[in-house]
Write a protein of this length. Structure first.
Length: 258
């Protein structure tokens, strides 16, 4: 009985042996826990996508893409991935299609190149992330906040209030595990629950920063249909981002390839 209740409250997927996503241990604040549980419940489709543990080759390609993105500030070409992990080109292409269908990356329909790999996209979004000397664009506010812990690096985020457009600046400390500065201090994040099979097209556009709770409420008041989701402080939102992105690169690629 206890195990069942636990599983229901803390749904997670073992993305590779011993690595669970989301990482509930990163989420200590009650409202952040409620938000993550609420969103996973509302977005059954997402856990379905994640619930098939990735094939080991697909997982390797996924990590190679994200590592390259962090190192170079842009997604790798297919040949870059093949060279990095010693795969044939067609094996990389097979893995890319699997990752695309699992909504972990997005491929350009015409060129077949990587156009997004959560948390980052080649599209210019409102959420600018400075990481390792590169400026990147995140799909949403939670993705921007989660990127820091995923790379174990501190980042700066710049993103406009979704309501008034005034700029919000967030920096992290402790290798991305906590906010260092939030300006303005009362900035909040709207964590939207919508999901239609592709986060980039459904919930991401509505997961945004607001300069204050008042501006979040004013924005929510004029949304039709009403948005389903929850408001979070930046501290709480960073915990949710860590839970989702923190586990992804926990095993260094170099150890796997050794
Ligand atoms: Zn505002």
């Amino acid at each position: 009985m206890k195990t069942d209740a636990h599983a229901q409250l803390e749904p997670a997927v073992e993305i590779r042996p011993g690595v669970f996503r989301p990482d509930w241990s990163a989420v200590t604040k009650p409202r952040a826990r409620e938000a993550l549980a609420g969103r996973l419940a509302a977005r059954a489709g997402l856990l379905d996508k994640w619930s098939h543990r990735l094939d080991a080759n697909d997982d390797l390609v996924w990590r190679a893409i994200l590592q390259f993105y962090g190192d170079h500030g842009q997604p790798p070409q297919i040949a870059d991935i093949a060279g990095e992990i010693g795969f044939e080109i067609d094996h990389v292409e097979t893995a890319l299609r699997a990752l695309d269908s699992n909504d972990l990356i997005g491929l350009d329909r015409d060129s077949g190149q990587i156009r997004l790999a959560y948390p980052f996209t080649e599209a210019v979004t409102a959420h600018r992330v400075d990481l390792n000397g590169h400026t990147l664009h995140a799909l949403c506010a939670i993705d921007a906040l989660g990127a820091a812990d995923m790379y174990g690096a501190d980042i700066s985020i710049s993103s406009p209030c979704r309501h008034c457009g005034s700029q919000i600046e967030v920096t992290t400390t402790a290798d991305g595990r906590a906010p260092k500065s939030v300006a303005p201090a009362g900035a909040v994040v709207w964590y939207d629950f919508a999901y239609d099979g592709c986060a980039a097209g459904s919930c991401c556009p509505s997961i945004a920063f607001f300069c204050s709770d008042a501006h979040l409420q004013q924005w929510l008041d004029v949304q039709t249909p009403r948005r389903d989701g929850t408001g979070l402080t930046v501290d709480e939102a960073l915990e949710v981002g860590r839970a989702i992105f923190g586990p992804v690169l926990t095993d260094p690629l170099s150890d796997t390839l050794r």
